[in-house]
Design a protein around this ligand. Structure first.
Ligand SMILES: [Zn+2]
Length: 136
């Protein structure tokens, strides 16, 4: 359902006197979300090319993700990860990248998708590097 369409339906239910909670149950969302939908106007996120009410969930997720990364990794490690980002196939660098991926996954319980985003790589590349056995 389009956002504007959903908003109209919610407004109609509200006009009938339904509580935020009852409306929320019908749409499978929280009463807080209903309040947001009724209070805020539909906006457009340029960054994610989508309409939203209240907060763009993708922007919010990205911000929370960055916070998560910053909070669990010491700053120097955080900087090191970014040094590993340049697209190079130099064995040494790829080995380090592989080690960082394992640390993020095994020690910090990051999802592969989160690591992929952090390192700006495809999910398949991250999975491959996670599993890769390096022989000297
Ligand atoms: Zn956004």
């Amino acid at each position: 359902m389009k956002l504007e369409e959903r908003k109209k339906k919610i407004e109609a239910l509200r006009a009938k006197g339904l509580t935020y909670e009852k409306i929320g149950e019908q749409f499978g969302i929280t009463k807080e979300r209903i309040r947001q939908i009724l209070t805020f106007k539909v906006e457009y996120c340029e960054r994610h090319k989508r309409k939203f009410i209240g907060t763009c969930i993708y922007c919010k997720t990205e911000d929370e993700y960055v916070k998560k990364v910053k909070s669990i990794l010491r700053e120097n490690i955080f900087d090191q990860i970014f040094l590993l980002i340049p697209h190079t196939r130099k064995r040494e660098v790829v080995m380090k990248r592989s080690a960082v991926i394992r640390a993020l996954k095994d020690n910090y319980h990051f999802k592969f998708s989160e690591i992929a985003k952090l390192m700006e790589r495809d999910l398949s590349t991250i999975k491959y590097l996670y599993k890769k056995q390096w022989t000297r």
